[in-house]
Design a protein around this ligand. Sequence first.
Ligand SMILES: [Zn+2]
Length: 220
Amino acid sequence: MQTLRSAGIAAALLLLALPRGLGSEVAVAVAPDAALARLREGNQRFVAASAAHPDQTVARRTELVAGQHPFAVVLTCADSRVAPEILFDQGLGDLFVIRNAGNLLDDHVIASIEYAVEHLHTTLVVVLGHTKCGAVTAAAAGGELPGHLPSIAESLAPAVAAARKTGGDVVESAVSINATDEAKTLATKVEILAEAVKAGKVKVVAARYDIATGRVEILP
Ligand SMILES: [Zn+2]
């Protein structure tokens, strides 16, 4: 498993220049397709109950003191059942994770993704929705919500409205539509990302995690 993974990564290594003053002249980054393959393989291990728990040693922790080069950004829900490092079978320094209820985009989230792409040279951005999402369920149910919760429902309203037109399960459709719309926004409307996507340096994908099977499906 380890050999297969290493070979896959080695086959698609890119050399990217580091900003001046950071010591070594080059840092190794994983190409977008290789990064996606690494996530798929990790998820397959997780689903098959054969997780390898990579990069969780003291040696890895020590290695990362010098700096981080996560190979993928994962924007996902704060839901406790959707832990990216676990469901993709990754470890320390592998994923740049951003989470909030409903995996929503706002300025802080977008800035965090820009930081990962621009400064950490991360080449893959995954927007990961999930089945049985409470935030989407609440947005679809409507009605009065307390405190700051209406802000989440408002952000999810366009996806819920679009989902109602599909004729399928509103919540499950809205989960997919929300993730797909967000991925499209990131790839086309956020300048730093859009340029990187156009140049083929970065890939943005939408995906959905099934909390029952553990499987991550990449959405079209
Ligand atoms: Zn959720």
